[in-house]
Design a protein around this ligand. Structure first.
Ligand SMILES: *C/C=C(C)/C=C/C=C(C)/C=C/C1=C(C)CCCC1(C)C
Length: 260
């Protein structure tokens, strides 16, 4: 009985009407759940190694969906930012996005050192951001700056560093256009987060955009970046699988022609 009651408070903490921040948590949890179902089902539609890429896309939105259910509840009960859940989510999902880069570039010679560098930059970025939002809030601009160094490291790899070189040298137009789209997600989509960070109380933008907008901005960022990123991977995986299928069909046609 107790467990049942707890379960109800977990899922049913009420959002009050007019609680727009709360609604974006709710929409976020549903969008992430729906995207997860989609990505997992599509694993069956793609071939070979592309199944790994689709699995990782689904894991990213799955982890986010679970966190969004908790965050919605936390917000409904406390009307305060669920900072811990937020950063636990990010520290799991951002490295998985680095894994996506590694997986699509592996066939073109990506080394594990690239993966670990990108993961190191993201952990750096997120730990510094967390400290700036919690323990050292009075110094949030300084910690935001330290965090940005990690962000710039990721940008460097994707726009100029070895990830970029592998993509440019790949001679594969489909890969290059997907890689380019992912690069824009990292440059523009991820830039949403520092804006949310600066909207926090005492942050640089707190007078400019309304208080309480921090979570709305983070929620929009997550939906755009996690689902959008996954969709780019999906379309790459699908077109690669189709190309593979087409080649096989041509090959089969050729051999039956030979047989005939
Ligand atoms: C799915 C979640 C994603 C893609 C989260 C990305 C988060 C960031 C790019 C956060 C960046 C930050 C800075 C660059 C400076 C201020 C502190 C952060 C952590 C908000």
């Amino acid at each position: 009985m107790d467990a049942l009651v707890n379960f109800q408070t977990l899922l049913l903490a009420q959002l009050k009407s007019g609680d727009y921040v709360g609604f974006t948590f709710f929409i976020g949890s549903m969008a992430m759940a729906a995207a997860t179902v989609f990505f997992f089902f599509q694993i069956g539609q793609v071939q070979g190694k592309w199944k790994d890429s689709m699995l990782v896309s689904g894991l990213i939105t799955f982890i986010a969906a679970v966190h969004y259910f908790y965050m919605r509840d936390f917000w409904a009960e406390n009307q305060a930012s669920p900072t811990e859940f937020r950063y636990i989510d990010w520290i799991l999902t951002v490295p998985l996005m680095c894994v996506e880069f590694y997986l699509i570039l592996r066939a073109f010679g990506a080394k594990q050192s690239l993966l670990w560098r990108m993961i190191f930059y993201s952990v750096w970025m997120l730990v510094a951001g967390y400290l700036g939002e919690t323990v050292f809030r009075d110094n949030s601009p300084l910690w935001g700056f330290i965090s940005t160094i990690g962000y710039v490291g990721i940008l460097y790899e994707v726009w100029m560093g070895s990830a970029k070189r592998l993509s440019s040298n790949s001679n594969d137009a489909t890969l290059q256009s997907a890689f380019g789209a992912l690069g824009w997600f990292v440059l523009v989509g991820w830039a949403i987060y520092p804006i949310g960070y600066m909207a926090m109380e005492s942050g640089w933008l707190s007078g400019v955009i309304p208080l309480k907008s921090m979570d709305i901005i983070y929620n929009i960022g997550d939906a755009v970046n996690k689902i959008g990123f996954g969709l780019v991977i999906y379309s790459l995986a699908i077109s690669k699988s189709d190309q593979g299928g087409a080649k096989k069909a041509v090959g089969a046609g050729a051999s039956s022609a030979v047989n005939a």
